[in-house]
Design a protein around this ligand. Structure first.
Ligand SMILES: [Zn+2]
Length: 167
């Protein structure tokens, strides 16, 4: 924290007062000796809202556990799972929002898992996004198969069938 008068970072606390949820500290700069005030308060915890409207505090351990369950017996290292969880947590903290949806978190994880392991991807999608209809899982599978078909086409084995869209 820099002194608002001279910009230096060295100062001492000369008075501390608690006011309800807030702590007010009077500080004196060790360079210019001018005084300034800082306030401390507990940062509100990030809330995750579910599809059913239920809210709960964001839990990094729960996020990692979800990735672990999806990747059981798959060739995904523990370090990789942790780095995915850390990446996702970092992204949502940077959004600076008080509340995110479980879908936003799920999509961030899925973006990462898609490049790591397709089975873990589908497992995670079916659990974390709370698919209520088989057709939703089907469309996720189709989307993944689409990726594979593109790779297969590149290898000269394109047999994907086009279906008319319902739109
Ligand atoms: Zn100063």
């Amino acid at each position: 924290m820099q002194c608002p008068h001279c910009g230096h970072g060295k100062h001492k606390v000369i008075d501390t007062r608690e006011r309800g949820e807030t702590i007010r500290r009077r500080r004196q700069c060790l360079v210019c000796e001018q005084r300034f005030t800082t306030y401390e308060h507990v940062a509100p915890s990030l809330l995750v809202s579910k599809r059913d409207g239920h809210r709960e505090p964001f839990d990094p351990q729960k996020l990692l556990a979800g990735i672990r369950i999806a990747a059981v017996k798959r060739p995904v290292s523990s370090e990789r799972m942790k780095s995915i969880a850390n990446f996702v947590e970092d992204r949502i903290q940077r959004m600076g929002r008080a509340e995110v949806t479980s879908e936003m978190i799920g999509n961030l994880v899925l973006d990462q898992l898609a490049d790591v392991d397709q089975v873990a991807y589908i497992r995670f999608a079916s659990v974390y996004l709370d698919f209520s209809h088989l057709s939703e899982i089907r469309s996720e599978v189709d989307r993944l198969m689409g990726r594979s078909d593109l790779e297969a086409d590149a290898a000269g084995r394109g047999d994907a069938r086009e279906r008319p869209s319902a739109g």
